[in-house]
Ligand binder design. Structure first.
Ligand SMILES: [Cu+2]
Length: 167
């Protein structure tokens, strides 16, 4: 290819790329990751429904007070999500039909995790199962091991080293 032909080919390729439509983004949904540095992790947790979305009020989230999630992969290599009330955006095929405030649920949610930035980027509930009303939930906060009686407190735990991108 002569230099001038090559330049023309590059220019044609640039025009073709520029003509491609921009990617659509769906905020708040676990859409297929746009690049391979984004992994998805799935967690299952039990909790109690604190709020249901209200018709006509886009700001009223589905809120669940959930048990601790020790294995939750947090920002910058940290592990664990404590007991908390948090909103759960819903996957398209998930319904809240039959659920009331106060109901106990087992909920599975998927987190998109940006391995490059080492932070979660979004999540949604993919499965919600109502538990029997007499289910005993355990809202014990995540704790460090308590020091043995009569001994000095142990030194603060070393920071959890960031793990690799995983399987
Ligand atoms: Cu949470």
């Amino acid at each position: 290819m002569t230099p001038s032909l090559r330049a023309a080919a590059i220019a044609a390729a640039a025009i073709a790329l520029a003509a491609l439509p921009a990617c659509k983004r769906t905020p708040g949904k676990a859409a297929p990751p746009a690049d391979d540095s984004v992994k998805t992790y799935s967690y299952t947790v039990r909790g109690q429904v604190r709020q249901l979305p209200q018709e006509g009020n886009m700001q009223s989230d589905f809120m669940v007070f959930h048990e601790a999630i020790p294995e939750f992969k947090g920002p910058k290599g940290s592990l664990g999500m404590d007991v908390m009330e948090m909103p759960f955006p819903l996957a398209d095929d998930v319904t809240l039909e039959g659920l009331r405030v106060g109901d106990k649920v087992r909920l599975t949610f998927v987190v998109r995790f940006d391995a490059r930035l080492d932070v979660p980027r979004g999540y949604e509930a993919t499965r919600i199962e109502k538990l029997p009303p007499d289910t005993r939930l355990d809202f014990t906060p995540l704790t460090r091991p308590a020091p043995a009686p009569g001994r000095a407190a142990p030194p603060p735990p070393a920071p959890v080293p960031p793990t690799g991108p995983g399987s």
